[in-house]
Write a protein that binds this ligand. Structure first.
Ligand code: 2P0
Length: 390
C-alpha cells in the first residue's frame, strides 16, 4: 500500500430485530454473554434500517465515524473490540483494474471512516434520533452489522409502521466485514457483533433468530442461528406504535446490570422459565401456531417488565398508554376466543404488535387510530410506512 490516493468503500443496509423471548441480563459484561437464550424476529430493512458506508484509505489518519452527518466519538471499548476482531480476520483484497492490493497485514495500519444514516421518516421525528440513539455502544455496532435496537424518537402521538415482508439477508449486509473480505459465516460474525451490543447478533439473519447463550467462558459458542427460513411465516404483520415523547431514563445496558444485581425474579426466569419457553416458542414458530406464539410472546414481555419492577430501584419502561394498549389487545383476544394480536414491549414504552394476518393488521390499525388518535398537528402520511400492502 504505497499510494495515498485511493479510497475503498462498501455500503450495507442493516435492519433491526424485535425479541419475542427477551434477553435481559449478562453473565459476562465484557464479552457480552447473556444469562438466557433469546428469540427475535428481524424486521424488513426497507422500513426501518440504517445504511452504512465504510471507507478505508491510506490517506486516513484515524478511525472516524459520522451518525446522520454528525461526527461521534469512537473511544468506547465495545467499538474498539469489534474493530479489533474484524481486523484480525481481514483477508487480502485486490482490485486489479485500479491496481489496488491490500494484504492481510495492511489492515492493521489502515484507518476506517464510517458514515451512517437511518431511514426513519424525518417528518415523524424518527430520523432525528441521533440524540435519542443515546447508547452509542449500540449504534456503533449496528452501523457495522445490524442492530439490535432502534430507539425511536418519541413524540406525543403514534406512528404506525407496518412490516409485511420478511427480509432476506445477503452478503451486502456486512459493510465492514465485506470491505475487509472476511470469510466467516453469519453465525461466526454474530459472535463479533455480540461484543458490540448483545441483541445486535440476532440481526445477522432474516426471519426468526435464536441467540444461543452458550457455555464457553470465552463466548465462542454464544452466537445467533436462524430458526426458520425467511418466508416460513410471512402472513404475520408487525405494527410498531411509537407512544411516548420522552427518551428512556435507564439504558438497557445499565438496566440489565441492575436487574442482575438485585432481582431474584431474574434468576428464576433465567433458570426455570426461559429454557422451557424457548422450546415452546421454537415449536410454535415451526408449526406457525399463532395462539401459542402470541401467548408466549405476551407472557415473556410481561415477565421482562416484571423483572424491571423487581429491580432495585425499580425500572419503569412502559407508561400508561403502553398499559392501555396491553389491556386493549388482551380484551380483543379474549373476545375472539383465540389470540389475534401479540404485543411485546422492549426497554421503552413503544408497542410492537404482531397481527396474525393482514386482515387482522388492517383491523388493528383502524382500531389503534380510533382509540389512540394521533395529535392533530401530525401528518399521518408522513409516518405510515408500508400501508399499501394491507
Ligand atoms: C432484547 N433488549 O432481547 C432485549 C429486550 C431490551 C429488552 O436486547 O448491553 O441494547 O448492548 O448488550 O443489546 C437491549 O439490550 O444491550 C435488549 P447490550 P442491548 O432485545
Amino acid at each position: 500500500v504505497d499510494s495515498k490516493k485511493w479510497v475503498l468503500m462498501a455500503t450495507a443496509q442493516t435492519p433491526t430485530n424485535i425479541a419475542v423471548i427477551k434477553y435481559w441480563g449478562k453473565r459476562d459484561e465484557t464479552l457480552i454473554l447473556p444469562v438466557n437464550d433469546s428469540i427475535s424476529v428481524t424486521l424488513d430493512p426497507s422500513h426501518l434500517c440504517t445504511t452504512t458506508t465504510v471507507a478505508v484509505s491510506p490517506g486516513f489518519e484515524q478511525d472516524r465515524m459520522w451518525l446522520n452527518g454528525k461526527e461521534i466519538s469512537l473511544s468506547g471499548g465495545r467499538f474498539q473490540s469489534c474493530l479489533r476482531e474484524i481486523r484480525s480476520r481481514a483477508c487480502d483484497v485486490e482490485d486489479k483494474e485500479k491496481g489496488i492490493k491490500i494484504e492481510e497485514k495492511d489492515w492493521e495500519k489502515l484507518h476506517v471512516h464510517i458514515a451512517s444514516y437511518n431511514n426513519f421518516p424525518t417528518a415523524a421525528g424518527l430520523a432525528s434520533s441521533a440524540a435519542g440513539f443515546a447508547c452509542l455502544g449500540n449504534v456503533q455496532v449496528y452501523l457495522f452489522f445490524s442492530l439490535s435496537f432502534i430507539i425511536f424518537v418519541f413524540w406525543g402521538c403514534y406512528a404506525y409502521i407496518l412490516k409485511v415482508h420478511w427480509w432476506k439477508i445477503d452478503d451486502d449486509f456486512f459493510s465492514l466485514a465485506k470491505l475487509m473480505n472476511l470469510k466467516e459465516n453469519p453465525s461466526q460474525l454474530s459472535a463479533i457483533a455480540r461484543q458490540g451490543s448483545g441483541s445486535a447478533c440476532r440481526s445477522l439473519f432474516g426471519g426468526f433468530v435464536k441467540w444461543i447463550m452458550g457455555k464457553d467462558e470465552n463466548g465462542s459458542d454464544s452466537l445467533a442461528v436462524q430458526l426458520v427460513e425467511e418466508e416460513h411465516w410471512n402472513e404475520l404483520v408487525i405494527i410498531i406504535a411509537v407512544v411516548s415523547a420522552r427518551q428512556k431514563e435507564t439504558s438497557s445496558t445499565s438496566g440489565m446490570r441492575e436487574s442482575v444485581e438485585t432481582s431474584l425474579l431474574l434468576q428464576h426466569r433465567a433458570k426455570e422459565i426461559v429454557p422451557k419457553r424457548i422450546v415452546k416458542m421454537e415449536e410454535a414458530i415451526k408449526n406457525r401456531d399463532f395462539s401459542s406464539f402470541a401467548q408466549l410472546t405476551c407472557a415473556d414481555s410481561n415477565q421482562f417488565h416484571a423483572v424491571c419492577l423487581d429491580t432495585s430501584p425499580p425500572i419503569f419502561y412502559m407508561n400508561d398508554t403502553s398499559h392501555r394498549i396491553i389491556s386493549y389487545v388482551e380484551k380483543w383476544n379474549c373476545s375472539e376466543g383465540s389470540p389475534q394480536v401479540a404485543y411485546t414491549f422492549d426497554a421503552g414504552p413503544n408497542a410492537v404488535l404482531i397481527a396474525r394476518d393482514r386482515q387482522v393488521a388492517a383491523q388493528l390499525l383502524r382500531r389503534l387510530l380510533f382509540f389512540f388518535p394521533p395529535n392533530s398537528d401530525t401528518d399521518l402520511n408522513s409516518y405510515v410506512l408500508g400501508d399499501k400492502s394491507i
